[in-house]
Design a protein around this ligand. Sequence first.
Ligand SMILES: Nc1nc2c(ncn2[C@@H]2O[C@H](COP(=O)(O)OP(=O)(O)OP(=O)(O)O)[C@@H](O)[C@H]2O)c(=O)[nH]1
Length: 485
Amino acid sequence: MSIFLTGDLFFGNRSDVLRATMESRQRLCESLAVQFSALVASDDIETIDLTLQNLVLRDGEISSAALRTEDGKLQAESGNHRERWADVAPGKSTMTHTQVPIFKNNQRWGTVEVRFADAAPVSTVDRYLSPFVMLALYISVAGFFAYAFFMKRTLKHLDPGAVIPDRVKSALDVLTEGVVVVDSKGQIVLANAAFTEKINANSRQLLGKRLAQLGWNLEAEQTVPWELAMQTGESQLDQQMQLKMADGTVLTFQVNSSPVQDEKSKPQGALATFDDVTEIVKKNVQLSDMVGELQQSRDEVNRKNEELKVLAERDSLTGCFNRRAFFERAYAEFSEAERSGSELSVIMMDIDFFKAVNDTYGHGVGDDVIKEVGRILEDGMRGAEVVGRYGGEEFCVLLPATDSAQAARIGERLRHEIQEKVWLCDSRIDQKITSSFGVTSTADSAESADALVDRADQALYESKESGRNRVMVWRRPAEPEAAAS
Ligand SMILES: Nc1nc2c(ncn2[C@@H]2O[C@H](COP(=O)(O)OP(=O)(O)OP(=O)(O)O)[C@@H](O)[C@H]2O)c(=O)[nH]1
């Protein structure tokens, strides 16, 4: 339609000019006819003849002119009209031959004939190139070019790869890293050899496809990095993406994307590089699994070590430190007390008449009593204070930073608690169970942890000897004395 209108604008004008010329010639003739009708009415043929002579003389466009009656006779003529008006059909005007009727008394009387000069010589080309032919020709040629232009664009659309020069494609094919160029719609316009080989695809199959729809494992609403690069105008680096292949395998790519912009920074597409890191990721996963397993084994070993340590250090019946572990602590605390100058106390205690408990209630009840005593002793300790099962029904307590008077008070509290609580631990026991305590501290110049424990044992012996169910503080052998009862 545009072509037609444009053609009409050019060629339609030419036909308008011709039409206007013809109309003006017709008007001239009609004006002559009006004048001549008046002259004919007065039979003034002479004036008509004179007018025709002048007309031909003065107007270069008019070759001849005549006044012809209805019966075909020429009444007046000029410019050798007879010859110039040969073979002209009566009553029909053309561009060069114009004829207008003359009336007399309302009757057709004759015709004014004017032969206009031929226009510029009409060449064969001009003859055939009438406005219509010109218009048709113009539409054909312009239509052809418009069609060619449209087809070129269409083909370019159908073959998006055509926008990338071959030398660029060849250069990119040399790279070992996959390279894909997409247009502003995310459609592939170039995929280099490394990429097509990696995903087992044909380069031409990929052209025009949306890169985002090749089968990537994407989260819901996730925007692929090359589209993000186009949206933000910024490069998107080190994005890891997984591509599910037709055979079910999954490739992992490290993807870098940069926007391709025009001079006005408008995104025209994006370039994305794909580095296949599938093997590295696999190895990383294996490594991480191994590290996890190692961690588990290490935790297991630590747990076992912890258990072993507990088993090695703790007494299985009461959970208190065993004798060996207790002495390790005692040595450490003794050294620390010596280094710091603080006082370290030791309590040794023994359940009174425990043989009778076993004998009366059975060995099981005896075990429960020992456990209950151990629990009371453990619960009564704070911070660095340590309870050890010294043997049988005998316990030993380490009290760092505690003098013997404080230790005796602690012993007294424990003695009272045992007496009040232990017999309640088993419903079969129907009598209170008592215990005896011996107390000492480093203030009495014990030379070692062993000596300290030994002195506490001596004080305990004194408690037993002096009637049991009491706490005795160690005194030099000559003068042990009772602290409380
Ligand atoms: N049930 C039980 N009994 C034990 C355990 N270890 C030692 N005994 C018993 O504890 C009793 C200790 O008795 P003795 O040392 O004679 O002293 P005692 O009867 O407590 O009398 P005194 O200490 O003099 O008041 C023994 O009969 C041992 O068999 C144990 O783990 N469980």
